[in-house]
Ligand binder design. Structure first.
Ligand code: UT7
Length: 326
């Protein structure tokens, strides 16, 4: 078999801001209840970044932990891809701000905007560099301050989102071209711009000139989620050449406990293989997959050599899935 270069995850890190906001606290702001939020979403609490904490600060904290886990330093990094929908500034890219704050040498740094699907998209983009030998040490980060996009009078959205960041280090390693190789093995990425109205922010620099607020037709998004994500999972598994049932861990985007259970059931993944962190940090958009991966790795469940399935869906609509061996 011909040798192939694979992008291998060599370190994982996560960061949650200190400030915890419980469901009970939100019930003082909008007409809702802890019971409604837990029953409909599984969410118990979320984190809110401090006023002086930007997306890049969360990203830097997560990236430091990922670099430490990989046994690398900022000086090794030659590619930074940040998936974010809440950048520090309209420009420059949050990735270049992260590069400056970490003290990385001149290299490649840019953002990917695919909202909640951002981390899966960013992994695929980074794979294009690492698996072609064009980057030796890449940071792929999902970092979000979603609470800044909330309309705090809209109970249908403001209870659902939180702030946080997660990061992985990707490094090239030679594989055998087999499914037993470590690294990113398969992807399926999707977008359908005709569904914009279901989930979007009603502001931006070239339209309103304002930041805007997140708007969502939650039940419509919910309806598309399980079907769309399931199709992408099958496509990513086929791309990787593995049966879906063979994955060791399912690490989904953490939007709603009912969605992640519905998807697992539909594609035939056992409940005990699902990593769920939505109760602790709510929907952190592009940060939620690496945060859940970090949780699984740090509590000892997810181990090197295991086969992982990631998936997400978000504004666009965009969605996608990735199969990788840790
Ligand atoms: O990551 C991006 C992708 N986003 C998602 O995946 C989110 C997908 N959607 C969802 O997770 C769910 O649709 C929600 C959690 C947003 C809503 O759950 P649902 O079971 O679809 O409820 P619904 O939107 O159909 O609303 C049911 C009722 C409504 O009241 P009426 O019209 O039946 O009287 C809402 O006004 O629940 C009401 N409601 C609330 N009640 C208490 C909506 N939000 C709240 C709330 N507290 N926070």
């Amino acid at each position: 078999m011909t040798k192939v270069l694979r992008s291998v995850v060599t370190g994982v890190g996560g960061y949650l801001p200190e400030n915890v906001v419980t469901n009970a606290e939100l019930a003082k702001v909008v007409e809702t209840s802890d019971e409604w939020i837990r029953e409909r979403t599984g969410i118990r609490e979320r984190r809110k970044a401090a006023d002086d904490e930007a997306a890049s600060d969360l990203a830097v904290a997560a990236a430091r932990r990922a670099l430490e886990a990989a046994g690398r330093t900022a000086l090794d990094v030659d590619l930074i891809v940040v998936a974010t929908t809440t950048p520090d500034l309209t420009f420059p890219a949050t990735a270049t701000i992260v590069q400056r704050k970490l003290g990385c040498p001149v290299g490649v740094a840019f953002d990917v905007q695919a909202v909640c699907s951002g981390f899966v998209y960013a992994l695929s983009v980074a794979d294009g560099f690492v698996a072609r030998g064009r980057a030796k040490c890449a940071l792929v980060i999902g970092a979000e301050t979603m609470t800044r996009l909330m309309d705090w009078t809209d109970r249908g959205t403001c209870v659902l989102f939180g702030d946080g960041a997660g990061a992985v280090v990707l490094e090239p390693q030679e594989g055998e071209g087999e499914v037993t190789d470590r690294g990113l093995l398969g992807f399926a990425l999707r977008a359908d711009g005709t569904k914009q109205d279901l989930l979007y922010v009603d502001g931006g620099p070239s339209t309103t000139g304002t930041r805007g607020f997140l708007r969502m037709q939650g039940n419509q998004v919910f309806r598309h989620a399980v079907v769309n994500i399931s199709e992408a999972i099958h496509a990513a598994a086929e791309d990787a050449g593995v049966p879906v049932e063979s994955v060791d861990w399912f690490i989904p985007h953490q939007a709603n406990q009912r969605i992640l259970e519905g998807v697992a059931k539909r594609v035939g993944i056992a409940e005990e293989k699902v990593i769920s962190t939505v109760a602790q940090h709510a929907n952190t958009s592009a940060a939620s997959i690496p945060l859940a991966l970090d949780q699984g790795v740090r509590d000892g469940r997810v181990k090197p050599g295991e086969l992982l399935l990631l998936e997400a869906m978000g504004g666009g609509l965009t969605w996608g899935a990735c199969v990788l061996r840790l």
